[in-house]
Design a protein around this ligand. Structure first.
Ligand SMILES: [Cu+2]
Length: 138
């Protein structure tokens, strides 16, 4: 009896350890962050990476010292290749998800190289723009 219950208990413990170490399967990459005009603006890639020449979404987070920015703030998302003087062939729709969070979709980087993800946040009377450098591999 003692032996059986010990075995059962150790199985339960190892199952819990496996479950804990497997969740989440693929941890999301750390957000990239910029600070300007008292705002903290960051982006995250829900898919983990940027696929070349395929649409992908990006999540934008905006906070001030008072907390997450309300969904009424005007957030625009664009991307450019500064060396080539062109942008994306698509115009992403930017939709508020919850206070402080927006989803821009679709993004599309049609060629490898140096891109800038440009986030513009309008909080009247100020407009804040930050650019994140992104290098897309061939
Ligand atoms: Cu280009």
């Amino acid at each position: 009896m003692f032996r059986t219950s010990t075995v059962l208990r150790s199985c339960a413990v190892s199952f819990l350890l496996i479950a804990a170490s497997c969740t989440p399967d693929t941890p999301p990459p750390p957000a990239k962050e910029a600070h300007a005009n008292g705002l903290t603006i960051s982006y995250r890639l829900p898919t983990g990476t940027i696929p070349l020449n395929e649409p992908f979404p990006v999540i934008i987070a905006v906070e001030s010292a008072a907390g997450p920015l309300p969904a009424t703030a005007a957030v625009q998302v664009d991307a450019r290749m500064p060396a080539h003087n062109h942008g994306m062939p698509v115009r992403p729709e930017v939709v508020p998800i919850e206070p402080g969070l927006w989803r821009a979709d679709p993004m599309l980087f049609q060629m490898p190289g140096h891109w800038q993800l440009i986030v513009t946040v309008g909080t009247a009377p100020t407009t804040t723009q930050v650019a994140f450098d992104i290098h897309v591999r061939p």
